[in-house]
Every structure is written in C-alpha cells, then in structure tokens.
Design a protein around this ligand. Sequence first.
Ligand code: FES
Length: 95
Amino acid sequence: MNTLYGGDDPVFICICNAVTDGDIERAAARGACALRDLRRELGVASGCGRCAGAARACLQRARAAERSATAQTPPGGGRTGELYSAVRSRAGGVS
Ligand code: FES
C-alpha cells in the first residue's frame, strides 16, 4: 500500500532518476528532512529539476505521517498505549 497517496502502485516523483514516493518515504524514515537530503541520497531534482516541488511535498507528507505515527505510539505500547490514549482524550487531544 502506498501510504502517501493511498494507491497500491508506487508513484514516480522524479522521472529523471526513477525515484518513487516510497523511496522518499524511506529516505524520510532514515532522517531526510530537506530537498538537499533527497538530492544527495536519491538524486532527486538533480536532472531537469521539475520534480522539486512534488518531492518537497512528498517529503513533508512522509515526515508528517511519521510524526503522527510516533506521537500515537508511546514507548511500551500495549496497556501503556491504552492509558496514554485515555489521558490524551481527557486532555482534549486527538486519541
Ligand atoms: S524529474 Fe527529477 S530531475 Fe527531472
């Protein structure tokens, strides 16, 4: 499953270097936080450069998804996770 765009197939973000949204998602998980990181690691935007905007947007989505997943998974998970969700609900946060 393509977590960034919801489809089952990879979406090519950088045609010149055959970089997909999944490649960018994995780069984000390894710590890429800016276009220059994607350029260095994957070659994104090092050819024609037309992919720069889409790559940036894809990276932002990947980082937001990662932050969201991290925020909802407390250390320990399991029962701790249930308590964590209950506390967040009472505090008015998103459960
Ligand atoms: S599409 Fe990415 S450099 Fe050309």
